[in-house]
Every structure is written in C-alpha cells, then in structure tokens.
Write a protein that binds this ligand. Structure first.
Ligand code: SIN
Length: 302
C-alpha cells in the first residue's frame, strides 16, 4: 500500500521556502567569485579568486557582499605572505592593532595565532566577538592558518541575527533597552598571567555596548554579548544580569545557528564580528596549530 505523505506544517514550509529563495537570490548575485553556502544560516566557501594577487574593485565588492550574506566566508589554498594578508584586509577598512598581543617585527597589525605543547591556554577558546571591549570593536577578522594538527583545531561560528530573531518578542523588547559592559581586563590579564607576562602597567579597554546591535550595513539586529568579554548587563541587579547572560550565552551557542570550519594549511576564514561570534576548539594538544590574523577596524555599536 502506498504511504500517504503529509505536507509539512505550514510555518515550517514557509521558513524553508524563504531560506531557499534567499539562497537563490544570493547565489545569482556574484559574477567574479563562486559562493557555495555551507549551511543555510551561516558560512560559505568562496572559490575562483586568488588572494595573493591584488583584487579588482568588483571582486572586493563581491567578497564584501558574500561576507554580509553569509557572516563568515572560507577560502582554500591561499598561501599569503604577511604583506598580501594585510593588503587583503585593507580592502575592507583600516587595520586594527591588538591591545594585548604584539605582531611580528615590522607588522604591528598582524596577530599571531599559535598553540603548541607549551601552550597553557589558547586564544579564542570561549565564544566571542573579537576585542568587543574596544569602544569601536573590529568589523571583521581574517585568519590564515598555515600549520594544522593532523585532526581537530576546528573553529565554530554562530549567527547572532538568527539567535536574536529566535527570541520571543517580549524578551527582544526587554533586551533592546539594555547595554552591557565588555572588559578586556578579564580576558587579557589572566591570559598574560598564564604566559608569565608581567602586565601590571597595562590598562585594557572597557566599553559599554547595546545588547541588541544593529548591523551598520545590513540594518539587521543581532545579539552582542559574549562570554569572553561581557562582564555584566548595566543598570540591573547582579543576579538578573547573571541569569539573563547565562541564558543568552547558552542560546547563542545552539548548533542551530552554527557552522563548523575544518581547516587545511593555507585556508582562510573571514568573519564579520558584527553579526557572528566564534570559538576555537582546543582538542589537538600537544600538536601545533599556527597562523596569523589581520583584523579590520569597525565602528561604535548602536
Ligand atoms: C580567534 O579568536 O581569532 C582565534 C580563532 C581560531 O584560532 O580559530
């Protein structure tokens, strides 16, 4: 007997239709690059572009569009020198200098990302948006890894628009009136202690940002708190702040909003810190994982 297929519930069906139509609209927009989404919500592999060469304005515009559409974009087989890496970053804005970690000689805008058997704690092992303690946190970050462990060392990315949109209207309204404090102190001081660096004379950035951030280019709203830098919600009790932040961190970390990137030597991930958070998985100790990050300056969240 032939089994009768029930149609999917109307709301689910509409969601899927909407996602597919967006995906079709997105994939027909590119002429100079190939953009292959990894999940419907976040992440795309970019092909047909050589980042070791200087780029044409249309290529830059399409890479920027792909970043806006997919929040994190991945490139393979891009053996960039430090100069080529910085040149690629400068197509998207001025380069950021990290408040805690110094770059290689002559390259203050380069952030080394390195872990080996001597590492006590890696950078980025908690969900975060890069340097969100800055008054004007970075727009985006471009990580080029050259040495990878045999297995593991993936990076996870989460879509903060989708996380916000999945909240109930009542909670969205409550959060929209609030700001939270992001403090570099709690991240960098302990990391330096672990490395035996005396940083008593340093003062780290500390800023207050809206919990619901409007992306300056897409106009979409997303959650802008993270377990690495955010210390508390301003102007509410400590208990209320802790309970709400705990809920938001667990919500943001749901697999539904995520993509997981498997690196190869000379892969690049370029993420938008205004609409995505990320976390580096340290499951490869004592192996080496190493490369460089270029970070593009951003603007004051609103
Ligand atoms: C970072 O937070 O920039 C590090 C990400 C990674 O190592 O995958």
């Amino acid at each position: 007997m032939q089994q009768q297929m029930l149609p999917p519930p109307q709301s689910k069906f509409n969601d899927i239709k909407e996602i597919l139509m967006t995906a079709i609209a997105v994939t027909t927009r590119y002429e100079t690059i190939k953009v292959k989404p990894v999940t419907p919500l976040i992440g795309a592999e970019i092909d047909g572009i050589d980042l070791t060469k200087s780029l044409e304005p249309q290529q830059v515009a399409e890479v920027r569009q792909a970043l806006l559409d997919h929040l994190v974009i991945f490139f393979r087989d891009q053996p960039l020198t430090l100069e080529q890496h910085k040149r690629f970053g400068r197509y998207f804005g001025e380069l950021h200098v990290h408040p805690n970690t110094t770059g290689p000689e002559g390259h203050p805008e380069i952030l080394p990302i390195h872990a080996d058997h001597n590492t006590v704690r890696i950078a980025g092992d908690r969900w975060h948006s890069d340097v969100s303690c800055d008054a004007e946190p970075p727009l985006g970050s471009i990580l080029h890894l050259q040495v990878l462990p045999e297995h593991g060392g993936d990076t996870l990315f989460s879509n903060t628009y989708a996380a916000y949109e999945a909240l109930s209207p009542g909670l969205q309204t409550y959060l929209q009136g609030l700001t939270a404090t992001h403090d570099g102190e709690q991240v960098y001081r302990s990391r330096n202690r672990g490395k035996g660096i005396d940083d008593r004379d340093r003062v780290y950035p500390k800023s207050s940002h809206p919990i619901v951030r409007t992306h300056p280019e897409s106009g979409r709203k997303g959650l802008f708190v993270n377990s690495n830098f955010t210390t508390h919600i301003d102007n509410v009790s400590r208990e209320e702040s802790a309970a709400i932040l705990d809920f938001l961190y667990r919500h943001l970390a749901k697999p539904d909003f995520q993509v997981r990137f498997r690196w190869q030597p000379d892969s690049i991930a370029f993420w938008d810190n205004r609409s995505a958070q990320h976390l580096a998985v340290w499951d490869y100790y004592p192996q080496v994982r190493s490369g460089y990050r270029v970070t593009v300056k951003g603007d004051k969240p609103f």
